[in-house]
Design a protein around this ligand. Sequence first.
Ligand SMILES: Cc1cc2nc3c(=O)[nH]c(=O)nc-3n(C[C@H](O)[C@H](O)[C@H](O)COP(=O)(O)OP(=O)(O)OC[C@H]3O[C@@H](n4cnc5c(N)ncnc54)[C@H](O)[C@@H]3O)c2cc1C
Length: 396
Amino acid sequence: MSGIESADVVVIGAGIIGAACAEALSAAGVRVLVIDRGAPAGATTASGEGDVLVSDKEPGPALELAAASRRRWPELLDELRELLGPGRAEIGWDPKGGLVVATTAEAVGPLAALTAAQRAAGVAVEDLDADRAREMEPYLTEELTAVAHFPDDAQLQPVPATAALLAALRARGGEVHSGVMAEGIVADRAGAVAGVRTGVDAIPCRAVVNACGPWAGHFSETVGAPVDVLPRRGMVLVTAPLPRFVGRKVYDSGHVDTVAGGDAEPRFSAVVESTASGTVLIGSSRQGTSFDEGLEVEVLRRLARGAIGLFPRLAGVPVMRAYGGFRPCTPDRLPVIGEDPRMPGLWHATGHEGAGIGLAAATGRLLADLFTGREPVVDPEPFRVDRPEVALEAGA
Ligand SMILES: Cc1cc2nc3c(=O)[nH]c(=O)nc-3n(C[C@H](O)[C@H](O)[C@H](O)COP(=O)(O)OP(=O)(O)OC[C@H]3O[C@@H](n4cnc5c(N)ncnc54)[C@H](O)[C@@H]3O)c2cc1C
């Protein structure tokens, strides 16, 4: 016996998405137990730079979820502070804003078209001339052709945020068990969820949330209700701590296309920001659909070159380390949030690609809304499990 009793809902995965779902369900009075084969926030969530962005979303469902999450994070933070006290709810929330930068004549038109569409969709965005942009970011390149300022872009620290969400769950009587692998689902005679099979025994429950991040595709296949979620590799260069010279999130205007594009070839865009400790994080790359952990020098070189293009001063700074992670990615680049019609009681909350930290607050809320039958925080339809881009045939 593992000693784990029962729950209304077992959330599989203690990354930021599983933690946000567990917190939101427990706030709605649901008895929740979270299991993770490793440690909380020990996988993709630990790789996240922590950006909570509206600037990199095109109008449509991704932007709606991002805007809802941007509104929800500060509210959620207030709720966590009230429940846990300010110390345990410290998640490094920094509403610092973002700059999207074009450095070629060809990039001006696409950036103007994107910001016009975002503005029409209600996003706060301001066009800056080069002087104003360099007033805000004095070390930015002089090769500017257009700059857009997004005051609502923010950042938080993913690991403390996950810990705070799980602490709130525990404060409401929920449980978190590390080192417990979900190996399958126990179904009742009608084929509905009745428990989770672990390496040791089974945990009785009436619903399961698959929040396995980049492993969600694998888990869903194991239980016979596959969703198309694959890992998308990303690498980050980290400088030594420096006197702060990058104030905001700054990235090149090709980034939105890099995120949306396919994986036949590695894809790059220059993404730069500081952290509270003074290190500068340099991304971003996207490649492959396997769990290959190797760091490639050529990829790191491309990241460095792109960052120096935005901030020439970075050419002379020491790099402290590089790391990689696996974004959980769906073919249509939208997350999967909802119950699986193929197996009553099986829910999925996954596929957030490079935006799961930002999208976690609204994802948890949406899942809890759907679970409890409340008015959903955003239209759930685009994220539904049985959309053709995502639901795979069992055994195919
Ligand atoms: C380099 C990089 C930078 C990023 N930067 C940002 C950013 O700035 N902003 C942003 O919003 N997003 C960012 N992201 C994306 C973000 O990190 C992810 O979208 C998010 O962390 C996904 O969280 P998750 O909880 O779904 O997955 P994970 O954090 O991977 O959690 C899944 C958990 O499930 C567990 N698990 C898997 N299978 C099982 C099983 N069978 N049984 C038990 N446990 C299991 C794993 O151990 C893991 O802990 C970045 C990603 C990368 C790689």
